[in-house]
Design a protein around this ligand. Sequence first.
Ligand SMILES: [Zn+2]
Length: 186
Amino acid sequence: MLLLNAGRGLMFVVFVTSATEATAAAGPARITAEARRVRTFEPHLRDLLEEGLRISATLRALVDRLEQSDLVVYVMSDPRPVRRVDGRLTLMAAVSGARYVMVRIRELPHPGLVLAIVGHELQHAMEIADDPAIVDAESMAQAYSRMGYATQAMPSGLSFDTRAAVEAGMQVWRELQAARAEGADE
Ligand SMILES: [Zn+2]
C-alpha cells in the first residue's frame, strides 16, 4: 500500500554511523544505514533484509534497480500500525537529485511475511523511481490514479495500491517458501 499524506515531518538530515560499523560489514551487504539506496537503522531489519536478498531474486532485482535510481528508501518497523495495513510507503521529500520515501512495516508473525511486505513496498518505490514527475502528494495521486487503484485502507487520507506490488510481494513469498522447502529436503 502507498500513502499520500506525508504525515509528521521526519528528519532525515543527521545520521551518525560509527566507522567500525561501516567497515565491519562482511560480504556483499546491501542494506546499510548510509551510502545505499535502501536503508534501515534497525539491526534486526537489516539482518532480515540481508537474508532476504540472499534468497529472493525478486528482492535482489528491486534493490539493484533502486541502486540506480534517485530514490532513498528508509525501511522501518511501524510503531503505530494501522488496522489491516501490513506495510505502507510515504513520500517524505523531493529535493534536487533525490527523493526520499519511508516504508513502514508492521510487526508480523513470520519473518517471511515481513520480507514479502518489503518486496511489495519496494515495488512501489520502483514505480516512483520510474516516474520522475512524482514529487509530492498531488503528483503522486495523479500518477497512481493512472497506474494503480484507490483503496479504503486508511481511515483518513488517500491510499493506492497496484497489481504489480501485490504480485511482487507474492513472488518474494513464493521464493522464500521454495528455498525453505529445498532446505527441508537436505
Ligand atoms: Zn501496496
